[in-house]
Write a protein that binds this ligand. Structure first.
Ligand SMILES: CC(C)(COP(=O)(O)OP(=O)(O)OC[C@H]1O[C@@H](n2cnc3c(N)ncnc32)[C@H](O)[C@@H]1OP(=O)(O)O)[C@@H](O)C(=O)NCCC(=O)NCCS
Length: 186
């Protein structure tokens, strides 16, 4: 768990502005990314099925989302990076780390299945450990989101089991759904 003041200081650290991996660049989300985020995954019902927001129908909603992430970074509540392909500079998705030590991610369908999210997450976990002093990271996913559960497994997270009626995923209606919980010591 991060102390709030400390996270505010470090989450705006220029060190975190750009993280690089073999195939990806992660950089702080900015308003100019709204259209790309909308196009890549946020407007796709399939890619947003297990997310906490409704599939976006308007690029203005993506701008609102990005504005919120920028505000939260300034307040030390979370950091959101957009995930960019190094070769083509295509924005494919986003990944975030919250001050409570939880991680979340999403990329667009054309890029599923080639290990991009595990690659991005390893860079974020590395940054969390070395720059934010985070000792433990947690994650959750809808109990039916086997692809995401597999990502946690590949990253070496241990399973903490199922939590019933935990999170609303609007694609399934207003009732909270069961989630799988994971954690990892860094
Ligand atoms: C879940 C998600 C993040 C996985 O990212 P990714 O970069 O595709 O992850 P990987 O390439 O490591 O694939 C993870 C697993 O998904 C499965 N998978 C990958 N591509 C698939 C496809 N096209 N169809 C079905 N299953 C697929 C495989 O089981 C794979 O595991 P494996 O490498 O051991 O075979 C990505 O699918 C996504 O962004 N989905 C939409 C948003 C979302 O659900 N986010 C998580 C919220 S908790």
């Amino acid at each position: 768990m991060l102390e709030h003041e400390r996270s505010r200081e470090y989450m705006n650290d220029s060190e975190g502005q750009r993280l690089e991996t073999k195939r990806l660049v992660l950089r702080f989300a900015a308003l100019a990314d709204a259209q790309a985020i909308f196009d890549a995954y946020a407007s796709d019902p399939e890619a947003t099925r297990y997310l906490v927001f409704k599939t976006l129908t308007d690029v203005g909603q993506a701008a609102d989302f990005i504005e919120r992430t920028v505000r939260e970074r300034e307040e030390g509540k979370s950091v959101t990076w957009v995930i960019v392909l190094r070769d083509t500079r295509q924005v494919i998705g986003a990944i975030d780390l919250r001050a409570d030590g939880s991680i979340g991610y999403a990329i667009g369908r054309p890029w599923w299945g080639v290990g991009y999210v595990p690659e991005a997450a390893r860079a974020v976990l590395d940054f969390a450990r070395t720059h934010l002093g985070v000792k433990r990271v947690t994650g959750i996913c809808d109990y039916e989101n086997s692809r995401s559960a597999r990502v946690f497994e590949k990253l070496g997270f241990r399973s903490l089991g199922l939590k019933e009626r935990a999170v609303v995923h609007p694609a399934f209606g207003p009732e909270p759904r069961a989630v799988l919980r994971f954690e990892c010591d860094l």
